[in-house]
Design a protein around this ligand. Structure first.
Ligand code: GLP
Length: 233
């Protein structure tokens, strides 16, 4: 793991955006993308840059089950607003939260990932160490699947919803096995509320209790954290 400690989210987002732009210059064809507040500064910098994604493919990590693409809490909507409207890709994939058949949807998504190997995957980090929506205890070889969100994730994500009971209880998420197949990974984390998860990810044992700790087993992982998130290292 290459760990970079930056002053704040602005500096960290710039570093991550520079790495994405370099990857594109070096021929990356498929980007794996993440939602949440963490990558917002990176997306701003990508939008401000002259990077061109129009011949590329993007594959998002996850989507809430039950939310339509135009629901303003859906990850489809987030991606349109924070990146795709300004910087479209030739093809962008996000799991379909309204899919009627969960098995067919996860099978479809796994085929998308198999057909489009991810050159660079962007990740945020949950307060409990989750990546994508792979909550503690998730199997390390899992592919895309429907997952139940933990109470702590529902509570953490409720800040984006009017009422906590509006937060969906399930999501489709790429599995840890799918994430580990991507060639390069950039994980970002900001703020003291991520400090325990950052410590577990970097210094703790590799354990399903902290899903991000599995990244210790992979080459080509860059972790960008601000001073607050790095405060327990
Ligand atoms: C969400 C997402 C993750 C994200 C994480 C952190 O539950 N599924 O992909 O990395 O939580 O969110 P935030 O960046 O808002 O702190």
């Amino acid at each position: 793991m290459n760990v970079i400690i930056v002053k704040d989210q602005v500096e960290g987002g710039r570093k991550a955006a520079d790495m994405v732009i370099d990857a594109v210059k070096n021929g990356a064809k498929v980007l794996g993308l993440a939602t949440g507040s963490t990558p917002e500064t990176m997306y701003k910098d990508l939008i401000a840059s002259d990077v061109d994604f129009t011949k590329m493919t993007s594959i998002n990590l996850d989507e809430y089950v039950g939310l339509a693409p135009d629901d303003d809490q859906s990850y489809h909507y987030f991606m349109a607003k924070h990146l795709f409207d300004a910087k479209p890709f030739a093809k962008s994939y996000v799991p379909n939260g309204l899919a009627k058949d969960a098995d067919a949807e996860t099978e479809r998504y796994n085929k998308v990932i198999a057909d489009n190997p991810i050159d660079l995957q962007v990740l945020g980090l949950g307060r409990n160490g989750h990546i994508g929506f792979n909550e503690p205890g998730s199997p390390i070889d899992a592919q895309t699947r429907k997952v139940a969100l933990t109470e702590s994730t529902i509570e953490a994500n409720s800040r984006n919803f009017e009422h906590e009971e509006d937060v969906p209880k399930f999501a489709y998420s790429m599995g840890i096995g799918s994430i580990m197949k991507s060639h390069n990974i950039i994980l970002m984390a900001w703020g003291t509320e991520k400090a325990d998860a950052v410590k577990g990810m970097i210094e703790g044992p590799v354990t399903p209790d902290c899903p991000a700790s599995i990244l210790q087993k992979k080459d080509n992982v860059t972790v960008i954290v601000d001073e607050a998130a790095a405060s327990k290292l």
